[in-house]
Design a protein around this ligand. Structure first.
Ligand code: SF4
Length: 266
């Protein structure tokens, strides 16, 4: 039975050849924006994981030091404009810590969940970034509601449509349901970078039972295509092609390879 994660689903929907490279374990160094996201996720994970039990934040300096220490643990392609990763990460941690981490009351952090949806021919796996709780006043009563939160580090502001149509949030929502939780909403916690500045922005959305069913049906269609052996390259006008696998991809021309974008924000 094929196991699909959000990363594999996104790759398979974009380009089956890209999915195959990932499935075969092909590795390409992260781009600068991808590495920025991974490093910041590691830092917040350190704070929020312990906060599930302690309910308190570690000191900012400890999170900053740990996050900066992760830069040398990762292989990544330098930024085209020569941005310094340390400076970028430092402003990102500061914004994330003071705007998002300190407000968080986490229930689950970076939790791996694997499920086999009944009636479908695949298993679904994912790492739930953050299942959070937040107080809301409903009919003059303060209630603790659960939210699927996902930090996104981006290089330009995304339209709200990005959040409302996010398959990743649909998958996280499903995984939270399977783990026994009932989210009231899902939120993208955006850190928007502009050179050495970062601004924080939240976009909230919801998912219905029907939405989740649609996502499962979509995954089933993708899985059936893969099982039929449909491993083709991306259409030639795709914005995401050539991707980070361009140097070894049989579907792009030698001249196109030089424009490889090598992955997106994280
Ligand atoms: S370079 Fe293009 S065709 Fe090749 S794997 Fe990447 S997206 Fe697919």
């Amino acid at each position: 039975m094929l196991r699909m994660s959000n990363t594999q689903l996104q790759a398979a929907l974009q380009c089956r050849q890209k999915w195959k490279f990932l499935f075969d374990g092909q590795y390409m160094a992260s781009t600068f924006p991808m590495a920025r996201g991974t490093i910041l996720h590691r830092g917040r994970q350190m704070n929020l994981t312990q906060k599930v039990q302690t309910k308190t934040d570690l000191p900012f300096e400890a999170i900053l030091d740990y996050t900066l220490s992760q830069i040398k643990e990762l292989e990544f392609v330098p930024d085209r404009d020569g941005l310094n990763m340390e400076r970028v990460v430092a402003v990102g941690v500061e914004k994330d810590y003071h705007v998002f981490q300190r407000k968080s009351k986490p229930l689950l952090v970076e939790t791996k969940i694997v499920v086999e949806p009944a009636g479908y021919g695949f298993s679904l796996s994912g790492i739930l970034d953050l299942l959070n709780t937040d107080e809301q006043v409903i009919n003059d009563e303060v209630k603790q509601l659960q939210y699927v939160d996902d930090l996104k580090t981006v290089s330009r502001r995304k339209s709200p449509f990005f959040t409302h149509r996010s398959r990743q949030l649909s998958i996280y929502w499903m995984l939270a349901n399977y783990a026994g939780y009932q989210p009231a909403g899902a939120r993208h916690l955006f850190l928007e970078f502009s050179k050495y500045n970062a601004t924080a922005n939240v976009v909230e959305t919801k998912r219905t039972e029907e939405d989740l069913q649609t996502t499962l049906n979509e995954i089933q269609t993708v899985v059936e295509g893969i099982e039929r052996g449909d491993i083709t390259g991306a259409p030639d006008d795709s914005w995401f092609c050539p991707c980070q696998f361009a140097p070894i991809c049989p579907y792009v021309t030698k001249h196109a390879k030089q424009f490889a974008i090598g992955g997106s924000d994280e």
